[in-house]
Design a protein around this ligand. Structure first.
Ligand code: PEP
Ligand code: MG
Length: 594
């Protein structure tokens, strides 16, 4: 089908992870663009110097690879050695080198840009190959070029990336925290990516920035070019490339409806979430950036239920100082509209890495040295953060939250370091709160199973369903191929959550939920039936969740939960809950929405 301008129209279905409709222009983001500067060599005598710079970077890259190989040899790992051989060979490949030098010489461009052109050439050649295995080896060329680029920049390059136009939709294979860190967010109106799921980084960033996003599209990058027209419908998970006029009109209408409905929901946002039979659920917001505070307040957040502090580490070359932490956290803690702020200690690893984490690439980072494990290993980095959290505790009510706890030893060690940090500050005469509530995230199945014991160690729990579901159902949360198995209503997940809530209440502590499930309207009455004390979510979800809670009763929801727990399969639970919602909330849920 052709659009008005004669461009081909494509409609692609993915996973809508951040609601809303946006109509804009495509910016096709390739992570390599971020690293590649372009400049012209002004005089002929700059050419030999540029070639020399390129050759030095080649030499340095070879040296590094051989060193890595040598170290690997000592560890008796054999498989990657052959790949490194391929990379080293490529670095001395005459055709590869001469092509790049030719671009520098003939076009008078810097070595980085010449490399970019060489890569484009190889991409074209590889794309034309029939053999899927060989065409996939373009990744080796990419890897080598990335290493040369890093060496050309001496690691200290400027990473600011500018989309250069207003109102663009970022289309990319995937986006890592390092990619989004370089983007000027004020120019971006939406996202569409090939991979990812509901809890992948792109999804979380899009929701926190209130930008429509569709992920898991498989191959949207193949169908678009920078400058194409695109519609991203994050509510229904559709992306339209080069829409034809009728379609555009329909989507403009849809966008208007969506924006109006959003305003309607906001009316409920400022009211507390009290059920018809007077049970109150405290509603908090998950934040990642201080810039989200005002939007969280206007959407009805009563507190911050989860501040993901790892983003403080990701957006920089060096480590944040105690002062950096302090100045950042005080902006959250001093917000008068929040009853308290839950600061989660950094959860690095998994899908979020800093430049500092130079350790070997892990085969399975989601189960690797992440979150509290990393903190207990890198005690100095951890204590810098702990000290800053204590310092802001003197300015407002702060709760600290430790991620990825899987054993009693871990929580005890984290508490010991926290106490050590407090004593140091007190000795130095630095003001800190009398006491700070300590929480454990329950997001590893082991922690759910020993929740009764963990409950004796902390003041509250916060259930992280994103990871709890990932680990209990063995589904990589960033792998779109298994997203279809990601099911919060799976009987195993429901039983685990029930177990955690009951253990907390038996021990007399409060229990919150801060995973994405907390903001899912369909799960809301189930969670009410569990008697969760607090729900924390992306702030866009708050008005709708409050409205559902205000129209629910605890008693009814307990019955719903009991019935849901009696089913054997997720499909049965889902069908039952959907039916319940359509009948009890006809204005909220219509068959077509579910
Ligand atoms: C979770 O795992 O549910 C959670 C809230 O933490 P994160 O998404 O940051 O891993
Ligand atoms: Mg988590």
């Amino acid at each position: 089908m052709m659009s008005d301008q004669g461009k081909k129209t494509f409609v692609l279905k993915g996973i809508g992870v951040s609601p809303g409709v946006v109509i804009g222009k495509v910016y096709r983001f390739d992570p390599l663009d971020a690293q590649i500067s372009f400049y012209k060599l002004h005089s002929a005598d700059m050419v030999p110097r540029e070639i020399e710079r390129f050759k030095n970077a080649l030499k340095e890259s070879s040296r590094q690879l051989l060193e890595i190989q040598e170290n690997l040899r000592k560890t008796k790992v054999t498989e990657p050695l052959y790949i490194i051989d391929v990379h080293v060979l490529l670095l001395s490949d005459k055709k590869f080198i001469n092509r790049t030098i030719k671009y520098i010489r003939r076009l008078g461009v810097n070595a980085e840009w010449a490399l970019r052109m060489t890569l484009d050439h190889y991409k074209q050649v590889f794309e034309g190959l029939e053999d899927v295995y060989i065409s996939g080896r373009i990744s080796d060329v990419q890897y080598v070029i990335q290493r040369i680029l890093r060496n050309l920049s001496g690691e200290k390059r400027e990473m600011v990336w500018d989309v250069g136009q207003e109102g663009v939709v970022i289309v990319s294979h995937d986006l890592s925290p390092a990619d989004t860190a370089q983007m000027k967010m004020d120019k971006i109106v939406g996202f569409a990516t090939d991979s990812g799921g509901r809890t992948s980084h792109t999804a979380i960033v899009a929701r926190s920035m209130e930008l429509p996003a569709v992920v898991g599209l498989d191959n949207v990058t193949r169908f678009v070019r920078t400058g194409d027209d695109i519609i991203v419908d994050g509510t229904s998970g559709l992306v339209v490339v080069n829409p034809y006029p009728d379609m555009l009109k329909r989507y403009e209408e849809k966008k208007r409806h969506y924006d109006e409905a959003k305003d309607e929901y906001l009316k409920y946002a400022r009211q507390p979430a009290v059920t018809l039979d007077h049970y109150t659920v405290k509603i908090g917001s998950n934040i990642e950036f201080v810039e989200e505070i005002s939007s969280a307040v206007s959407h009805g957040a009563e507190h911050v239920g989860l501040y993901r502090t790892e983003f403080l580490y990701i957006y920089r070359d060096d480590l944040p100082t105690e002062e950096d932490h302090f100045n950042n956290y005080r902006q959250v803690v001093e917000e008068k509209n929040f009853s308290w702020s839950t600061i989660r200690t950094f959860d690095l690893g998994g899908d979020k890495f800093t430049k500092y984490q130079k350790h070997a690439k892990e085969m399975n980072p989601q189960m690797g040295l992440r979150a509290i494990r990393f903190c207990l290993r890198e005690v100095d980095i951890f204590k810098t953060q702990l000290r800053a959290i204590w310092r802001v505790s003197a300015l407002g009510r702060v709760k600290i939250l430790f991620p990825m706890i899987s054993s009693i030893e871990e929580i005890r060690e984290a508490k010991r370091l926290l106490e050590e940090a407090r004593r140091e500050l007190v000795t130095q005469g630095v003001p800190v709160a009398e006491r700070m509530e300590i929480g454990a995230m329950i997001e590893v199945p082991a922690a759910a199973v020993i929740a009764d014991q963990l409950a004796k160690e902390v003041d509250y729990f916060s259930i992280g369903t994103n990871d709890l579901i990932q680990y209990s159902l063995a589904i990589d949360r960033s792998n779109e191929r298994v997203t279809y198995l990601y099911e919060p209503l799976h009987p195993a997940v429901l039983r685990l959550i029930k177990r955690i809530v009951d253990a907390a209440h038996e021990a007399g502590i409060r229990v919150a939920m801060c995973g994405e499930m907390a903001g899912d309207p369909l799960c809301c009455p189930i969670l009410l039936g569990m008697e969760l004390d607090e729900l924390s979510m992306n702030h866009l979800a708050i008005p709708r969740i409050k409205r559902i809670l205000q129209q629910s009763s605890l008693e009814e929801s307990r019955k719903l939960l009991a019935q849901a727990l009696s089913y054997k399969s997720a499909a049965e639970v889902r069908a039952y809950v959907q039916n319940y919602m359509i009948h009890h909330f006809p204005d909220e849920f219509q068959k077509r929405d579910l």
